[in-house]
Design a protein around this ligand. Structure first.
Ligand SMILES: [Zn+2]
Length: 325
């Protein structure tokens, strides 16, 4: 009987000699960005840039994995997501939150694993300062959550994430695929007309703090720029939730039990701080989008709202009308 969960965070072990998920024999490798996705959007030779400016081609971004994890749980997950993606938004929206969170978390953690591995590889003395203790703590929670790929999971308390799927316009000037994430385990992924915004470890506060957006936009087709603004807002909310929380995961032979309690916090909004998130999420628009923050007026560029009214945009990002609420 397995009494303990494999945790590479115990001794910060992010080497290629153990399966990233279970710690077993790494007789296989897992593409962080699945092959079906790379095929669909011809990503193989494109480069992914890490925050320390190193880069790697999509096809080379692989992490150590055992055959068992790879052929069973991870393949099952990828097949499920691939099938849903092929059915577009109408099909994808019916996926359960757990499956979507497992998938975005797997991609996120895969990138993180590679990043930590690179840092250790280079014997970078800055390792300790580049990933601080609080972050490590929250990343550890992410790895624990990923154990749900190996065994059924049951939540006895609060759910540790926020996730929302939107239908997104196809703007011919933009790529059909976009992936953005932050150090806060938040981000957005756009695949065709499917837009996913997520946050892990926020205990639902990202959704709670943005309930007006969810109410106003959930039944609209939004523009990619709006998806990225929502992701900026989710990420900002997540940054306000202390990394530390009271969660515990218990694994026995047949299942996992996730016991968690969300912290009791009051979300506050600071325009200046939020603006940094907005800039981060809009970086792929380059100079084509001008972001303005007026400190004296406390006003900030928004593609979602104008005078509190929800903006309905067309596929070119032009204002069609305001939504009556
Ligand atoms: Zn494994």
């Amino acid at each position: 009987m397995e009494s303990t969960i494999y945790s590479p965070f115990e001794d910060l072990h992010f080497d290629y000699d153990k399966c990233f998920l279970c710690g077993g024999e790494p007789d296989s490798q897992e593409h962080v960005y699945p092959k079906w996705l790379q095929r669909k959007y011809d990503l193989w030779n494109k480069r992914i840039y890490f925050r320390n400016r190193t880069s790697i081609q999509y096809k080379d971004l692989k992490i150590p994995c055992c055959k068992n994890c790879n052929n069973k749980s991870l393949s099952q997950l990828e097949n499920k997501i691939n099938e849903a993606v092929n059915g577009g938004y109408e099909k994808f929206k019916n996926l359960d939150e757990l499956t979507i969170m497992q998938w975005v978390s797997k991609v996120y953690y895969g990138k993180l694993f590679k990043k930590l591995n690179l840092l250790i590889d280079r014997k970078n003395k800055d390792f300790g300062t580049m990933v601080n203790k609080e972050q490590i703590f929250s990343y550890r929670g992410l790895h624990e959550f990923l154990q749900s790929l190996r065994k059924p999971i049951e939540f006895t308390g609060d759910i540790p994430w926020s996730v929302q799927v939107f239908q997104v316009h196809n703007d011919s000037r933009l790529e059909d695929y976009e992936y953005i994430d932050t150090i806060f385990i938040t981000g957005c992924i756009r695949i065709g007309d499917i837009g996913i915004v997520y946050s892990f470890g926020d205990w639902g506060y990202a959704k709670l703090g943005n309930s007006k957006i969810l109410n106003d936009f959930i039944d609209l087709i939004i523009h990619p720029i709006q998806l990225q603004e929502i992701a900026a807002r989710f990420s900002y909310a997540r940054s306000k939730v202390n990394f530390e929380n009271l969660s515990l995961i218990v694994m026995d032979e047949s299942r996992l039990t996730y016991i968690g309690t969300k912290p009791n916090i009051q979300l506050t909004f600071n325009h200046k701080e939020y603006f940094m998130f907005l800039q981060f999420f809009f970086v792929n628009f380059g100079n084509s989008v001008k972001l303005i923050y007026d400190e004296t007026q406390e006003s900030i560029t928004s593609f979602l709202f104008e005078n509190n009214q929800a903006r309905v945009l067309d596929e070119n990002g032009q204002l069609k009308c305001y939504k009556r609420t």
